[in-house]
Design a protein around this ligand. Sequence first.
Ligand SMILES: C[S@@+](CC[C@H](N)C(=O)[O-])C[C@H]1O[C@@H](n2cnc3c(N)ncnc32)[C@H](O)[C@@H]1O
Length: 215
Amino acid sequence: MPCNCCEITDNTFGEDDAKANLKDYRKRGPAKQTKLILEAIRSLKLKDIALLDIGGGIGTIHHELLADSTAQSATHVDASSAYLKAAEAESAKRGNSERVQFIHADFTDVASEISQADVVTLDRVVCCYPNFRELLKSASSHAKRAVVMTYPREWLWLKFGLMISNFIQWIIRNPFRVFAHPIAEFDALMNEQGFKRTSTRRLLIWEMALFERNS
Ligand SMILES: C[S@@+](CC[C@H](N)C(=O)[O-])C[C@H]1O[C@@H](n2cnc3c(N)ncnc32)[C@H](O)[C@@H]1O
């Protein structure tokens, strides 16, 4: 589906959000749902992996995994220039500038130019993107070992809340929408791509899924 998603997303996740997120991360550490992703990756007992973080925001996942040597290098592709700038600044502060490649783009537009990684992460990203099938297909084709993602649970009340928030966006003529995509379709697509779900963990709003490539 052609869409000017990068521009819409770029306008949505701006500098104020990025600054607030970074401040929060420095004060409190990773958010609860991000911790689930980190725990899932660490449960694989890998060392020195190449990580591809799609829509990584301020870069929490690579900051954490580079710090404990789970990752040796990371590629961070993000549609938000403000988030990417904040992630880059934090990487520099941690002495990791040489180990992280930052790419400002809609991942589906640049996927063919990006190398495979051991693990691919999408933390609260599929819910910001209309064409989750294309995004997940591209993401999984880049994962040698695993894809780890978080997304909204399929609660009825949550879907209702998203409908209201999307309706308000429509009224104020903001084109950004949040999506509660069907979780069963994530699994069907990932199975087709040669992955199986090996772990699921849930919070009130977010669900985390670890998909490992079939050996
Ligand atoms: C809700 S934020 C989550 C940021 C971070 N992962 C976190 O959990 O704090 C969604 C992020 O996904 C990015 N994003 C959404 N769709 C994308 C796409 N197709 N390609 C690259 N980045 C994307 C946005 O720019 C934004 O940084």
